[in-house]
Write a protein that binds this ligand. Structure first.
Ligand SMILES: [Zn+2]
Length: 103
């Protein structure tokens, strides 16, 4: 991963690259060694917002493709999760009303 430098807007000191984890989502960030101010990577922050948006759930229709039953994952959610065609995930049945897709 390429290193990007950032200056703290509060004290004009160089902020060091670090990472923060929110709800299991790792975000790139910078932390000012002088004042402790943290700056989130805007791309990661956007992904975190999308993940948060889908926490309450959305309704989608079940479809069929050949013999398979399909459930579509919204494009922005798939992107935020890094789900791309060909990626392998695990499906688990939780109970009669819930399934879990584990990345
Ligand atoms: Zn600072």
């Amino acid at each position: 991963m390429r290193k990007e430098k950032m200056k703290c807007v509060k004290c004009d000191e160089w902020a060091e690259e670090t990472g923060v984890v929110v709800d299991g989502f790792k975000m790139r960030a910078w932390k000012c060694s002088e004042c402790g101010e943290e700056y989130l990577n805007p791309e990661d922050a956007e992904k975190a917002l999308i993940l948060n948006k889908y926490k309450k759930g959305i309704k989608v229709k079940v479809g069929a493709l050949g013999d398979s039953t399909i459930v579509r994952i919204p494009k922005e959610l798939a992107h935020a999760l890094g789900l791309t065609k060909g990626k392998e995930v695990e499906i688990k049945s939780k109970d009669a009303k819930h399934i879990e897709v584990v990345l």
